[in-house]
Design a protein around this ligand. Structure first.
Ligand SMILES: [Zn+2]
Length: 407
């Protein structure tokens, strides 16, 4: 068993503890010792740099890596859409992210190809297509297209953004089909959204009884449901139905947060996508989107503070869409400004691992964990802009193998 020591650096282990000057030993892809490298050991010299757990992004859309309207307007070939998806997967690794949770849009085929190592990319957990109600968020066909035509936009084995359900029975069938295609958790849209023009953010989508159908099917497979939710009515419906996690959580207030705490429901705020939309980084979305996103940043920041003061588990997700997914760490920079760099790091590592249900294998630099590690050229805890700059993630290790090394 070949041992490699990552030596001479400082380690921020993902638990929130202050960094310490220790060396980390990796054997067969697993962290096996933490301490001082013995003389004569095989070492990778970190030269005083900071080592953290590989970052995790709990809200990504690899399947939305092409210009959005071109993708859903049948302008792009399957080959081009695939190229864009795998480019985004490589970008994630290059930015220091070794695990992502895809919250809608890729088929199990993409997860499989990445897991086999045929293309560069992080570990991926996927919900497959998002579960949406007919007429709700998650539908990007042209106005004239009947909902029944929506599945024509799917490319089997590659991408399927969402499945539309008209009632509880259709939802049950769709979630079973989604699991068959390789999903390991479910995502439902239970309020309106920013991108798309058929609803308002405060609208509720799916009834409590309908959401509960998905929760029941997920529980039957030993997994969980997370929901896209901005307005608090939809969030409360989801809590009542038994979901485990809220994406976005824009209008979480004290009462909602208390209920989330009581039921141990986590939240994944998503700030980077808002900046991306406001900065017109996604030029190819519906023109009304910028109007819809205005005010969301401030409300989401207020919700974050309420979630923190109520002791909720707060994950971290970028929700980046379109071709510009290079700067996934922008989410940590934005969170660092709202809280602290250490809060951002902990959310992106140990808390995300916990929310994703993989906290016993990744998310901290501890003995027994998988060797997913990122080494930073400068200290992101001093300057959180470092998190957002892929050139600063100089060494990325995935399952003990070097995925990037530009030291
Ligand atoms: Zn999303």
């Amino acid at each position: 068993m070949a041992e490699t020591w990552y030596a001479g650096g400082r380690v921020a282990d993902g638990s929130g503890r202050d960094p310490s000057a220790v060396d980390v030993c990796v054997t067969d892809g697993i962290i096996t010792k933490i301490g001082q490298a013995p003389s004569g050991a095989t070492t990778v010299d970190l030269d005083g740099r900071l080592l953290t757990p590989g970052l995790m992004d709990a809200h990504v859309h690899l399947g939305l890596s092409s210009p959005i309207r071109a993708q859903f307007g049948f302008e792009l070939s399957a080959a081009e859409i695939a190229a864009d998806i795998f480019t985004s997967a490589g970008f994630a690794l290059d930015a220091g992210f070794t695990t992502v949770r895809d919250t809608g849009g890729i088929d199990g085929g993409v997860v499989g190809v990445l897991a086999k190592g045929k293309v560069r990319g992080p570990h991926v957990l996927s919900c497959g297509p998002v579960q949406c109600q007919v007429g709700g968020h998650g539908y990007y066909g042209a106005e004239w297209e009947p909902t029944a035509m929506w599945t024509e936009h799917h490319i089997p084995g590659l991408c399927a953004l969402s499945l539309m359900s008209g009632n509880a029975d259709e939802l049950r069938k769709n979630v079973r089909e989604t699991f068959r295609r390789g999903a390991t958790f479910l995502k439902l849209c239970v309020t309106g959204g920013v991108v798309g023009g058929h609803d308002r953010l405060a609208d509720t989508q799916f009834t409590v009884d309908e959401i509960a159908v998905a929760v029941e099917e997920a529980a039957a497979r030993g997994t969980y449901v997370t929901v896209h939710a901005h307005g608090k009515e939809g969030i409360r419906n989801a809590i009542r139905a038994g979901v485990r996690c809220i994406e976005h959580g824009t209008d979480i207030d004290e009462q909602t947060a208390a209920s989330m705490r009581e039921h141990d429901v986590a939240v994944v705020p998503t700030f980077a996508v808002i900046e991306q939309l406001l900065d017109d980084g996604v030029a190819d979305v519906d023109p009304t989107t910028v109007e819809r996103v205005t005010g969301v940043r401030e409300r989401m920041a207020a919700a974050l503070e309420i979630a923190r003061s109520n002791g909720l588990r707060i994950g971290l997700g970028s929700d980046l869409i379109g071709p510009n997914q290079q700067r996934r760490g922008e989410e940590l920079r934005l969170r660092s400004e709202l809280e602290s760099p250490m809060h951002a790091l902990v959310s992106a590592t140990s808390v995300n691992a916990n929310i994703l249900g993989v906290g016993d294998t990744v998310g901290t630099v501890h003995v027994g964990m998988r060797a997913d590690l990122t080494v930073w050229q400068e200290d992101p805890l001093e300057d959180p802009g470092v998190f957002a700059n892929p050139d600063m993630a100089v060494l990325v290790v995935k399952s003990g193998a070097t995925a990037k090394d530009i030291r």
